[in-house]
Ligand binder design. Structure first.
Ligand code: GUN
Length: 296
């Protein structure tokens, strides 16, 4: 049976350090502030946005949650972003993805002040990630995955990490982050995706698998080498009439069978999810610190 990697417990460790840092910033007159913008009624997005706002409040951060209707125009959204760019009480801005179809997300992302782009979606921050320049931001979920591995004493350096999925939010940046030339990187990274040939053969050669393909219970036991570490980034809603809310959450990994073969595994929920929020808080604190002219 695999060792369970407890994302909630590791997130708590992150919060211990963050609370100290937040207190220090406040003593200097700066309360880190995060603005989260949600356009539309996507139920999963609403849940995520609420959790982010709640965590800001628990930590004593300044939090602005802006929920806009589906009918919001591109121009209106751009104008809201511009307002937060100008607001000196806001250090981080996050526009929840995906927005409704009529919104040009790439243009919204380019309108963000890169110094407030705590998601690392702006091209300037993406470039810094590619360049191993630590003055930019690192996206929250990849940063959370890296921290889970480090805190669980799983060797990243020289390990073969297979990333399943190539999204801009997780797959691509997690691959870049883990192959970076620094003490928390140096992995040998392979990225596989829905069009990859011989996918199972590749995943079976992995020391660590990061599953972020967005398909419920996609990764099965025969994809995994005995003893491999499996990090499950997926959060999928699967219909379940027996549940009060009518669905249950499952990851991109068939947990039941994979946990019998893996050496360590993250659960869903309670694995990567809490770490993503913790890293968003950490990025907001970093943005506030950098706004005072201090280094990383
Ligand atoms: N939607 C799912 N994950 C994320 C995230 O990390 N940031 C934003 N902005 N939207 C998301």
């Amino acid at each position: 049976m695999a060792k369970l990697i407890d994302g909630r417990a590791i997130a708590e460790k992150v919060y211990v350090d963050l609370r100290r840092e937040i207190a220090e910033l406040k003593s200097k007159g700066v309360t880190p502030g995060l603005a989260v913008i949600l356009v539309g009624h996507n139920p999963a997005s609403r849940t995520y946005v609420r959790s982010k706002d709640k965590m800001c409040r628990e930590l004593g951060l300044h939090s602005v949650k802006l929920e806009l209707p589906d009918s919001t125009t591109q121009a209106e959204l751009l104008s809201r972003v511009a307002e937060f760019n100008r607001d000196s009480n806001i250090h981080g801005i996050l526009v929840q993805s995906p927005p409704p179809e009529h919104i040009d997300e790439a243009a919204i992302v380019r309108a963000l002040d890169p110094n407030k782009d705590v998601d690392c979606f702006h091209p300037e921050n993406v470039a810094k990630l590619v360049l191993d320049d630590p003055s930019g931001f690192v996206p929250c979920t990849p940063l959370g995955v890296q921290r889970l591995l480090l805190e669980s004493n799983i060797e990243i350096r020289g390990a073969h990490v297979v990333v399943l999925g190539r999204s801009m939010i997780v797959g691509k940046p997690v691959a870049l982050l883990l192959m970076q030339k620094n003490k928390n990187g140096n992995a040998t990274v392979t990225v596989v995706h829905s069009r990859s040939r011989d996918l199972a053969q590749i995943t079976r050669s992995a020391d660590v698998i990061v599953a972020a393909i967005g398909r419920a219970e996609f990764l099965r036991a025969d994809h995994v080498r005995e003893g491999a570490v499996v990090i499950d980034v997926g959060i999928n809603r699967v219909e379940d009439a027996a549940r009060e809310r009518g669905y249950r959450l499952v990851g991109d990994v068939a947990f039941e069978e994979v946990s019998k073969k893996a050496g360590a595994i993250t659960p869903v929920p309670g694995g990567v999810g809490p770490m993503t929020i913790a890293m968003l808080m950490a990025n907001t604190v970093k943005a506030a610190r950098q706004s005072m002219g201090k280094p990383m």
